[in-house]
Design a protein around this ligand. Structure first.
Ligand code: F0G
Length: 458
């Protein structure tokens, strides 16, 4: 029987949640245009839409909120955050931002020129959209195992270093203003990259004079996977592993809403003095003065404390074990998921779950809706709605290799019996999978389609 280290915390505050009736859920789905983003949170029992900004903060973080210094410039909480970021990442400069995508916006605003390309293992959708918004392009060069949901490779988030080097030679390093790596690789199932691979990637970027930035949203979970799976790092403290990862890079973008355990906040860190000066100019225009960057003093304090809590090894053992528990239980019940599970989410493997539906029938979106209808569980499609691309010349639709439904687990929020409830709902759905029909678009925007499209049953 699957098991995980029990919670290294106890519950002090509770928030009621309600299981609505099937009729209410049917109505909510219709009103939402079969898009789970349009469902009211109060109509959801288990909210696995995202692990972003949904963590339960600790008593220490809430106490820090009361000690927010709301001065316009030089608030003491900025210096607490600076101490945490410099101690963990080692980067010389940083600016706070209101969340991760704001850090991306600022970074690409000052680095990317039209026609230039930003490679990564895989970009998250906001990262990609921020590069495109500057007239740039992206390249996703993760190892091939990332696209095989049954491969048990321990580091499916690794960069394909050979592909990267050929890509740089073909593109010309002068056309690559910055190279990235996403840790863990969210778009590829929350899979980690190894320290060895991060070092090799950094070596290639640096040999061609390309600055290397880490998308560090889930860096602590990635560091914990390195400790578990990379034998040379087994005895190293997670903090030390994280420092070694950051030591490979020239900077990072960070959404504090993940591994810094806050409901809002992010930052952009870097070593280069000249870049920092440009970043400050852009920051003042878009976010705010460099000692608050779009956040209140209290948010800076919660993030400073959350950064340390997110690195705590007992917490990480529970966190990674909790996610693995859900995955192991689903596998025990014969339900197809992406294996091994990543750190923050369990992904249902839709092409094996609903083999009777072609990707043109949007099976991932259909399964996300079925999960809600069956069990009041909210999850997100990561498949054709999010990633299918139309060939601009032929109009032909190219579907993504992976069609998934992501069940992202908020940090410190749900108990083991909540997870068990999810397993039972998935099991019921899987037994009646042939009854699940496809969907078609009623309306869809050009960019970031999954947020606002509307659908109807086929
Ligand atoms: N990079 C990665 C890898 C992410 O997962 C996210 C957000 C961002 C950047 C942007 O950060 O939301 O603070 O602006 N991911 C959330 C998710 C939204 O649900 O996976 P943000």
């Amino acid at each position: 029987m699957a098991q995980f280290p029990s919670e290294p915390f106890r519950i002090k505050v509770v928030e009621p949640v309600r299981l609505t009736s099937r009729e209410e859920r049917q109505r909510a789905l219709e009103e939402a245009g079969y898009n789970t983003f349009n469902i009211r949170a109060e109509d959801v029992y288990i909210d696995f839409m995202t692990d972003s900004g949904t963590a339960a903060m600790s008593d220490s973080q809430w106490a820090g909120i009361m000690q927010g210094d709301e001065s316009y410039a030089g608030a003491r909480n900025f210096f607490n955050l600076e101490e945490a970021i410099q101690s963990i990442t080692g980067f010389r400069h940083f600016v706070p931002t209101h969340q991760g995508r704001a850090a991306e916006n600022i970074l690409f605003a000052v680095t990317v020129k039209p026609g230039q390309v930003v490679p990564s293992n895989m970009h998250f959708d906001t990262t990609q959209a921020n590069v495109l918004a500057r007239g740039g392009r992206v390249a996703n060069l993760v190892i091939d195992e990332a696209f095989d949901p049954t491969s048990h490779h321990p580091f499916k988030g690794n960069m394909d270093v050979k592909k990267l080097e050929s890509f740089i030679q073909e593109t010309g390093p002068e056309n690559i203003p910055v190279g990235m790596m996403t840790l863990t690789n969210n778009s590829g199932g929350g899979q980690p990259a190894s320290l060895e691979n991060i070092r090799a990637t950094a070596e290639v970027y640096h040999r061609y004079g390309i600055p290397f930035f880490i998308d560090a949203c889930r860096y602590a979970e990635n560091a914990y996977f390195i400790k578990l799976r990379e034998p040379e790092c087994a005895a190293m403290p997670v903090l030390e592993i994280a420092r070694q990862v950051f030591a490979c890079a020239d900077g990072c973008t960070m959404s504090g809403k993940k591994d810094a355990l806050v409901n809002i906040g992010g930052f952009l860190a870097m070593n280069d003095e000249q870049l920092y000066q440009q970043v400050c100019q852009e920051l003042i225009l878009r976010e705010g003065f460099p000692t608050y960057g779009g956040l209140a003093g209290r948010d800076l304090e919660a993030m400073a404390r959350g950064l340390w809590e997110g690195l705590d090894e007992e917490y990480l053992a529970y966190r990674i074990g909790h996610t693995k528990y859900l995955a192991d239980r689903l596998v025990e019940e014969g339900i197809p998921i992406l294996e091994p599970p990543g750190g923050h989410a369990v992904y249902l493997d839709v092409l094996r779950f609903l083999p009777h539906l072609p990707q043109s029938a949007l099976p991932g979106q259909a399964l996300a809706c079925a999960l809600y209808l069956e069990g009041c569980i909210r999850a997100v499609e990561v498949g054709s709605v999010m990633f299918a691309e139309e060939d601009p010349e032929t109009g032909e639709v190219v579907y993504p290799a992976l069609e998934m439904v992501r069940m992202a687990i908020p940090r410190r929020v749900y108990t083991q019996s909540h997870l068990e409830y999810v397993v039972q709902v998935c099991k019921q759905l899987y037994e009646r999978r042939e009854e699940i029909g496809g969907l078609r678009y009623v309306s869809k925007p050009k960019l970031l389609r999954h947020f606002t499209s509307r659908f109807e049953p086929l």
